[in-house]
Write a protein that binds this ligand. Sequence first.
Ligand code: GLU
Length: 443
Amino acid sequence: MSVCVRFAPSPTGRLHLGNARVAVVDWLTARCRGGRFLLRFDDTDRSRIRAEFLDAIREDLDWLGLDRDGEYRQSERGGLYAEAFSRLREAGRVYPCYETPEELAAGRERARRTGRPPRYRRREGAAEAARRREGEMVPHWRFALSGRRIVWRDRIFGRREVSLEEIGDPVIRRTDGSWTYLFASVVDDRDLGITHVIRGEDHLTNTAVQIEMFEALGGDPPVFAHLPLLLGADGKPLAKRGDAPTLADLRGEGVEPRAVLVVLARLGTGRAPGPEDDRVSLCRDFDLGAYGRAPVRLDPREIRRLSARMVRSMSFTEAEPRLRALGLGDIDEAFWLAVRPNLERLEEVVDWWRICREPLSPVRGDPAFLELAAELLPERLADTGEAAAWLARLAAASGRRGRELHRPLRLALTGQEHGPELKHLLPLLGAARARARLRGRRA
Ligand code: GLU
C-alpha cells in the first residue's frame, strides 16, 4: 500500500513550532516511505480564516523544505461534502436540529449544574418540532453516534478505547450551510486516499467520532498517530505562550531551516539532533513508533544553538550559493573557513567581509605596541604561517602573550573585541591594510 499523508492546518495564524512539528512528522512519514505528502487547508469556518495565512503557511513549509505533492482547500470541496452528507442522510445517520444557540447554551448549563457532561443528546421538544414543521428556521445538522465502544491502536498513544455514549452527537453542518472540520476531514481523508492521520494530541478525542464516520461512509479508517503536546522550557504549553517564536520569527532571525527541521523531527524520540543531520539522516532513522506519548519540552534556544553549529560546520560548497545570494560572490574558501567559526548566523559573514574589505577606523589603544607591531609586519602576508610567524616575532619583541598581545591588535585591525583567529584574519586583510590600521589610519 502506498503511503499518503496530509498536513491539515487551519489558516487562522502563522505556523508555530507545535504545528510545524506535526508538519515535519507528517512529511517524514510520507517521504521516508516513498509516499505522497499533501497540504490541506481546513478553511471551512469562514469567520476564522484569513486569506493571507494561506501564503504564509506555504512560505513557512517551503522554508523548512517540506515539499508537497498536492494542495487542497476544504472551502472548495463543498460538492464532495454534500454528496457524502446525502449518503449519510439516506442511511439515517444525520438529523436536523432546530434548537437556537441560546437553547443549546441553556442545555449545557443544565448539564453542568446537575454534574453531567455537557454533551448533546438527540431530543426534540415541542418548540423544535414546531419550528421544523413551520420551516421558518434553518437547522444545523448532527451526526448520530451509535453509542458503541470504539477501539483503535494509536501509533503513538497505543491502544485507545472510547465509548461513544460519552460523546455528544457532533454538528457536521452549520446553519449557514458550511461544513465542520470533523466531518469534512473524514470525507477528504477518504477521497484523497490518506493512509496515515498524524496530528496533535488535542485531536485524540475526535478520533473515535471520526472512526465511526469513516465506517458510516463505508471503508476502513486510516492509521492514526497523535503527537503529544509541546511545552516550552518552563513546562507551559508552547502554543499558549505569546512569546514562543513562530517559524517566520526564526526565519527573520536568520536561523537555519535545517536546524528547525532536525530539532522538530528528533523531539521526543530519544535521539539528539546533530549539526550533520539532514533529510537523509532523518529518513534513515525515522520510525513513527519512536515518538513517546509524554509531553515534550522544547526550548527555542536549542534550535538557535544547533543552527549556529550548522553554520560553523558548513562546507564552502554548501555556503557558496548562499554567499552569492548575499552579494558576496568574491568570498573564497579560505575566507569562509577563517570566518565560519565566529558566526552565529550565516548573514553575519557580511560584517566580516566589510571589516576585511572596506575602510574602517581602527580602535587604537596602545600606540607604542601597535607601532612595534607595524614595524615588524612583513611586506606580504600570504598565508596563516606567515601571520603566525609575525605574531611570534611580536610576542618575543614585546614580551607579551595571550590576551595582552592579541586584544590591542584585534581592536586596531577589526574594531571588534572578538573574531576569527588573528593568524587566519591577517592574510584576509592583507599586509598593507593591516599596517595602516595598526598605525591608526582609516584603511
Ligand atoms: N485543522 C486541524 C488542525 O489544525 C487538522 C487536524 C487533523 O489533522 O485532522 O488541528
